[in-house]
Every structure is written in structure tokens, then in C-alpha cells.
Design a protein around this ligand. Structure first.
Ligand code: ME8
Length: 659
């Protein structure tokens, strides 16, 4: 059986979890879920790094013992992961006794092999980094990371003969070009290795720091925090002789950000080599999220911390944003506006809309039951299916290669193609003619199949949404039971199974900081008689490029209704749109003149329309219908085959607001 082992850094407990930690851990989770979907046996490790100067100082500042302090912050990390749908197999703490024993075991082993020696060292030390800096690294007498003056310090300490492993490491990175990925970080490590490596100081005298693991061969010293921390990756799986270690270490992959490239790209390989432990398979290095604290949106006077946005906008929207927005390896900017934009465009309009349109059609035309493929697929069906197959291939190839955003782009291309397919095929027209039933069946079934594959493909990224989609499509599996190979086979939905429409997957967000009122239950507010709607919804969508809202039929809050600017308008001009049976171009006076394209040509002649007062939605985003801009929407009631315009009881001044 194929195996997959993924680790995140173990996070320092001197700061609370933030967006950077969340990103790394969500990426690890998505990779882990992907490998499960591929049928791999997986192990996913995260945890906290709790020893060292930094933690001791933070505990002192908080006025408590280091262990009590570490317990508290470590608890925050442990609690947040399930809230972000992160499903790690183990949470390691460097204060766990099993870990401390393994650190001592490794130290003793390396010491016995003669790879650790005792020596005096005088140099420039940074407390923040917990290490000495070489002349070459110092910038203007300061620590290049903290921009703070360094302290001169002399100490007798233990040193690990790291320099000895330089040539071996260069050779390893050259013969395993994808060991450190993406390439820019491999090059960075190789560039570093062009200069002579120095040996690594791996101890701290107890009188200066006692918050650490004692050296097994000299109790007057504790272990340098990096030597302690890196070993978590093997101690957590039972090194030296545990079953998990045997199973998973040969396939180990680490994920880190660029800030800790040096300890992972240089110290860790050298430590492994010295301890006789095989090298990890991949070190995956991503860039930094810049939050530009000042630039963060402060709607309603509250300063928003990025992690606080997950519950506000929805967990899956948050995960989607992080994975879609950052190109793995490069830096990215986090801002709330961008998140809202993605939520509305990609999630509400594209995915949410496709799903609700598909289910609405299944409900309307087939009594919620999955129809058979009634007719042979035509060219458009095959084109869409090919798009889906292509997305599956991209998904399978891109995720192991860290191309998360590319995998998502491929899935969304498929969603976009399916929405366009609906517009093109116009199922509502097929539904008008019983002889076209087999074709309508094939169209709706094709769409249901696309939705099913999408539900499977998004499962590593958005597990909750995937789960909801699977349930509503009557697929009797949870996301965890899915297998890519069998669950993306075209046509395998169960004919006759009953789908359920449910609420929209992603309610639209009006603006950052202002989440729309929660949608109420489906079906409640539907009127008994004719649906008053701004023209048949599908027809409007059928030609427009503009984003359209999901087809929600739940209760809404009065605030939401008030956002719709309804006005009385006087039709000044009307003319048929050439080459269209349905569309007329109107000039409507609402205090200003508006050009509106309306789908009422079949029931209303242009001559009859001029001089009429109508009701229109005045604050709709402009849309293009057959290439003509439309700045509003006329209200009409469908009555059988007929369409009646909604008009005021008596003539009023044009522009009168309806409330
Ligand atoms: O370095 N953007 O812990 P740490 C993206 N304990 N990722 C970020 C980020 C940002 N702005 N800020 C932090 C340590 N991260 C050590 C690790 S491992 C044996 C010991 C993420 O709490 C990213 O994964 O400072 C980065 O590498 C890690 O948090 C650093 O976490």
C-alpha cells in the first residue's frame, strides 16, 4: 500500500495561532486528504515547540512557569485545528516525555559516534533567534531577522560537526533535485552551501537556560532548541523502532515557510546523516502571507485578525481563499476584500449557483429524482465531459507537485463550463416540449454528474462543502470514504435516487465585515400563485455574462429586501433586438433615462410598451444581453404561457421608490 507522511513545523508557544500557522497546517491537511482520496495510508503530524529562551522569557513576562505557559498556548493550537477542519493524526509537544527520551537517545548516538565535541566559543548572540551570528551574517551590527543589537557572549559549549556533512548534502541535493521544493528554495540552500559551513552549537549552559532537555552526557547543559525541535519529526512516529516509524519515515515530507529554511535544509539533513537516519523525501517551502496590519479592513470599527474571519465567512470559504490565492512558494497578500470577492465570485456565483441550478432543475423537471441519460450525448455534452476529465487529470498531477491553486483553477474551469452549458442548452426550453424529454434527461444528468465530480475534487480543500454536496446528491458516502478512481467514474450516480435541494451553499456577502443575514429554510416563503420574479430567471441568465445570485428560495430578512432598489419607470422607447425572439430594448425614465433589455418580446410588442409604467430593479449590476447593455430589470409575472407586467395601481411620478 502506498504511504504518505506529512508534517508541519511545530509552532512556538510564545505566540497565539495566526494566519501563517493556519495556512501551513491547512495545506498539510489538504495534501493529506488528497492522498487519502488516492487510497494512500497517511499520517499527518503537527504540534508545538515549547523549550528555549524565547518561551522561558514569554512565560516570565506572563508571570507563570514555562510549563504552565506552554500548556496554555499549546492548548490554543490544539483546539484551533479541528475548527479549521484540520484532521491531524498526532499532536506532538516537545515537552512530551516520549519526545524528550528520543532527543536524548539521538544526542547520545551522535555523541558516541564522535560527532559532538566540547569547545569554547565567543561570538555575537541574538536572544530572539537563540543563536550566535557569524560576521558574515550580521547587518550593521544587528541581527538581520530582528534588527536588534547582538550581545557578545563567550561560552564553553557542545558542538555538532555539521561542517563535515557539507559535501554529502550538496551531492544529495544535486542528485535529488526535487528534495527541496520549489526550486528557488533548493537554489537558496545550495547557494548557502557554497560558503564553508560552520559547526553547530547544540547546547546551552543550565545556569543561563534551564528550560530545555538535559544533554544525556552532561547534565550541566540543555539541548539547543533546534536540535530538540527537529527531532519531533521522527520521535512522533516512534523512532528508533516503532512500527509507524518503519512505515512512514521513508516517505516523509515536511512543509514549512521560508523563514525556517536553513534549520530544515541544512541542520536537519546533517543531523539525520550523523544519526544514521535516512533523509526525508521532500522539504516543501512556501512563502509568506503579508497581512499589512494597517491595511486590514476595519469595518464596523473592529480590527479583524485574519483567523477571526474563518467563522465569519465560513470555514470552507476561508480554506478556499488561502489555497487559491497563494502560489505555493511565493508571498501573497491577505485582505478581507479579496476574500469577499472570491467568496462571491468563485463560491456563490460559480459553484453555489451551478449546484443550486442543477438541483432546482432536477426538482422541477424530475421530481428530485436523478434521471437516466435519456438520449445519446451530443457534442456539447461530450465537450463538458472532456472538461471534467481534464480537471481530474490536473487535480491528480498538480496537488502532489504543490500546485494547489492550479488544481483549483482546473476545477473552476469545469464549473464555469457547466454554467455556460446550462445557458447554452437552455433546459427550460427543452422542458416546454414533451418530445424533448430524453434530451432534457441527458442534460440534467450530465449536470448532476459534473456536480458529483466537483464534490469529490473539492473534498481535500473544502471538506464541509463536499460533504453537503455528496449528501444532497444522494451519494451514500462521506468525504472520508471517497476514492478518486472509483468516485469520479462518469455516469455512476444512482438513477432514481432522490436529491435534495437545500439552502444555497454560499450565501453572497454584501461587503467586508457585513455578512448577509442567514438564509432561512428552503421552500418556506414560496408564494402559492404565480411567482413574481424579475422575468424568468434562467432566461435572464441565459445570455448575460454578469454574475448572478444563487437561486435561493428561502426566507429573507427585511434588510435584504431593502437592498433591492425597486422603482416605477415610464417606458419612453421600445424596439425589438434584432435576431432575438425574446428581447426588447427599452429606454425607461426613472428620473433619469435607463436602457434596459427585457425578455418580453414574445408577449409584448414595442408599440404597446411605449407610454406604460412598469416596476423595475434599479440597482442591478449592468449585464450584457446579446451584446447590449442592460441597466435594470423589469418585473413581470408568468401566468402559464403568458407574461404580465407588474404595474402601479395608478400612474405615479417616474422614479417613485417602491417600499
Ligand atoms: O519557527 N506566512 O515556529 P513558529 C506564512 N518552532 N506562514 C507563516 C507565517 C506567514 N506570515 N508566519 C508563520 C518555528 N508561518 C519553530 C519551528 S519546526 C521543527 C520548529 C508558519 O511558530 C510557517 O509554517 O515561528 C513558518 O515556517 C512557521 O509558521 C513558523 O512557526
Amino acid at each position: 500500500m502506498n504511504r504518505f507522511y506529512i508534517t508541519t513545523p511545530i509552532y512556538y508557544v510564545n505566540a497565539e495561532p495566526h494566519i501563517g500557522h493556519a495556512y501551513t497546517t491547512i495545506v498539510a491537511d489538504a495534501m493529506n486528504r488528497f492522498h487519502k482520496l488516492m487510497g494512500f495510508k497517511t499520517f499527518f503530524l503537527t504540534g508545538t515547540d515549547e523549550h528555549g529562551d524565547k518561551i522561558a522569557q514569554a512565560a516570565q513576562a506572563a508571570g507563570i512557569e514555562p510549563k504552565a505557559y506552554a500548556d496554555r498556548v499549546s492548548g490554543l493550537f490544539r483546539q484551533i485545528w479541528p475548527k479549521l477542519s484540520v484532521e491531524n493524526d498526532k499532536f506532538i509537544r516537545t515537552t512530551d516525555s516520549e519526545h524528550m527520551e528520543v532527543v536524548q537517545y539521538v544526542l547520545q548516538k551522535v555523541f558516541d559516534a564522535g560527532e559532538i565535541y566540547f569547545s569554547s566559543y565567543k561570538g555575537q548572540y541574538c536572544v530572539g533567534c537563540e543563536r550566535f551570528y557569524t560576521e558574515r551574517e550580521i547587518v550593521d551590527g544587528k541581527c538581520p531577522d530582528h534588527d536588534k543589537p547582538l550581545i557578545e557572549r563567550e561560552e564553553a559549549n557542545y558542538f555538532f560537526k555539521m561542517s563535515k556533512y557539507q559535501d554529502w548534502l550538496i551531492a544529495h541535493l544535486e542528485s535529488n533535485p526535487d528534495c527541496i521544493r520549489p526550486e528557488r528554495y533548493r537554489n537558496e540552500v545550495l547557494a548557502f552551501l557554497r560558503e564553508p559551513l560552520e559547526d553547530l552549537c547544540i547546547s546551552r549552559p543550565v545556569e543561563r537556560l534551564n528550560w530545555g532537555i538535559p544533554l544525556p552526557f552532561d547534565a550541566k547543559y540543555v539541548t539547543y532548541v533546534w536540535f530538540d525541535a527537529l527531532i519531533n519529526y521522527v520521535s512522533a512516529i516512534g523512532y528508533p523502532d516503532g512500527e509507524l516509524y518503519r512505515e512512514f519515515w521513508p516517505v516523509a515530507q515536511h512543509i514549512i515557510a521560508k523563514d525556517i529554511l536553513k534549520p530544515h535544509g541544512i541542520y536537519w539533513p546533517a543531523m539525520l546523516k550523523a544519526a544514521g537516519i535516512p533523509m526525508f523525501r521532500h522539504l516543501n517551502v512556501h512563502g509568506y502571507w503579508n497581512t499589512g496590519a494597517g491595511k486590514m479592513s476595519k469595518s464596523h470599527g473592529t480590527v479583524v485578525r485574519p483567523l477571526d474571519l474563518a467563522p465569519v465567512y465560513g470555514l470552507d470559504a476561508f480554506r478556499y481563499f488561502l489555497l487559491r490565492e497563494m502560489v505555493f512558494g511565493l508571498d501573497a497578500n491577505f485582505n478581507e476584500e479579496a476574500l469577499v470577492q472570491r467568496l462571491n465570485a468563485d463560491l456563490a456565483n460559480d459553484l453555489g449557483n451551478l449546484f443550486s441550478r442543477t438541483l432546482a432543475m432536477t426538482a422541477r423537471y424530475f421530481d428530485e429524482k436523478i434521471p437516466p441519460f435519456g438520449s445519446q450525448p451530443d457534442e456539447k455534452d461530450l465537450e463538458l465531459r472532456a472538461r471534467v476529465e481534464e480537471a481530474i487529470v490536473q487535480f491528480r498531477e498538480e496537488i502532489p507537485a504543490l500546485g494547489f491553486h492550479k488544481a483549483l483553477v482546473a476545477i473552476w474551469e469545469c464549473i464555469g463550463a457547466a454554467n455556460k452549458y446550462i445557458d447554452y442548452v437552455s433546459p427550460w426550453n427543452l422542458a416546454k416540449d414533451e418530445r424533448l424529454l430524453p434530451r432534457l434527461q441527458t442534460v440534467v444528468r450530465t449536470l448532476l454528474e459534473v456536480n458529483r465530480v466537483v464534490a469529490v475534487l473539492i473534498s481535500p480543500f473544502m471538506p464541509l462543502t463536499s460533504e453537503k454536496m455528496l449528501e444532497r446528491l444522494a451519494i451514500g458516502k462521506t468525504a472520508a470514504d471517497l476514492r478518486l478512481a472509483e468516485d469520479t467514474v462518469w455516469g455512476s450516480l444512482q438513477e432514481g435516487a432522490k436529491v435534495s435541494k437545500g439552502e444555497s451553499l454560499f450565501p453572497r456577502i454584501e461587503a467586508p465585515g457585513k455578512k448577509l443575514p442567514k438564509e432561512a429554510k428552503q421552500g418556506a416563503g414560496k408564494s402559492a400563485g404565480g411567482d413574481v420574479s424579475p422575468m424568468p430567471k434562467e432566461e435572464i441568465k441565459s445570455k448575460g455574462d454578469a454574475p448572478s445570485a444563487p437561486m435561493d428560495e428561502g426566507l429573507i430578512d427585511i434588510d435584504l429586501f431593502r437592498q433591492v432598489d425597486l422603482r416605477v419607470g415610464l417606458i419612453k422607447k421600445a424596439e425589438k433586438v434584432p435576431q432575438s425572439e425574446k428581447l426588447v430594448k427599452l429606454i425607461v425614465d426613472i428620473g433619469e433615462e435607463r436602457q434596459i433589455v427585457a425578455g418580453i418580446a414574445k408577449t409584448h410588442s414595442p408599440e404597446d410598451l411605449v407610454g406604460k409604467q412598469v416596476v423595475l430593479v434599479a440597482n442591478l449590476k449592468p449585464a450584457k444581453l446579446m451584446g447590449i447593455e442592460s441597466h435594470g430589470m423589469i418585473l413581470a409575472v408568468r401566468d402559464g404561457q403568458d407574461l404580465k407586467l407588474v404595474v402601479p395601481e395608478q400612474n405615479v411620478s417616474p422614479g417613485g421608490k417602491i417600499s
